[in-house]
Design a binder for this molecule. Structure first.
Ligand code: HEC
Length: 133
């Protein structure tokens, strides 16, 4: 029995369709759409930033930035806010964690850059209004 050259077995078609759907709706892109302060942003701040950005530590003492809470993050540094709700391109927070400023100012200070995923979460969260959500 001869099979037409363009024949693709049915299970293959299903697998290919499933892969395409998975790529389009991967948990990463879907979850990042809903990046929330409590579940996504605050845990990153606690893990990588708070040790220096609280009273008595070097980040707080030199910039005035207290990252122990949403309010502290939104208050910003002694020079003013670091978050422009709706605009991650202009927000100093994103500029610094993405390394778009002077290299010695990249945050977390003098340590490994945040992962792409973590930086993406910050960007989505700011672009979506930087809400206390
Ligand atoms: C090892 C300590 C340390 C860690 C960890 C750290 N910072 Fe900093 N941070 C500093 C210091 C020191 C400064 C002041 C740098 C300067 O002005 O030269 C600073 C300054 C800043 C500033 C203000 C820069 C300005 O415009 O004046 C921001 C925003 C900031 N940090 C965000 C973060 C974020 C977000 C994290 C976590 C991802 C983080 N930092 C982690 C030490 C730290």
């Amino acid at each position: 029995m001869s099979v037409p050259r363009y024949f693709i077995p049915q299970p293959m078609v299903r697998i290919m369709a499933a892969l395409l759907l998975a790529a389009a709706w991967s948990p990463h892109s879907a979850a990042a759409e809903h990046a929330g302060f409590k579940d996504d942003i605050f845990p990153i701040l606690q893990k990588y930033c708070v040790q220096c950005h609280q009273p008595g530590s070097q980040g707080y003492e030199s910039s005035g930035l207290d990252l122990r809470s949403y309010e502290g993050l939104m208050r910003g540094t002694k020079h003013g806010p670091i978050v422009v709700p709706g605009d991650a391109f202009l927000s100093n927070l994103n500029v610094l964690i993405e390394g778009r400023a002077a290299a010695h100012l990249r945050m977390p200070y003098q340590s490994k850059k945040l992962s792409r995923w973590e930086r993406l979460l910050f960007r989505r969260w700011v672009n979506r209004g930087a809400k206390d959500n």
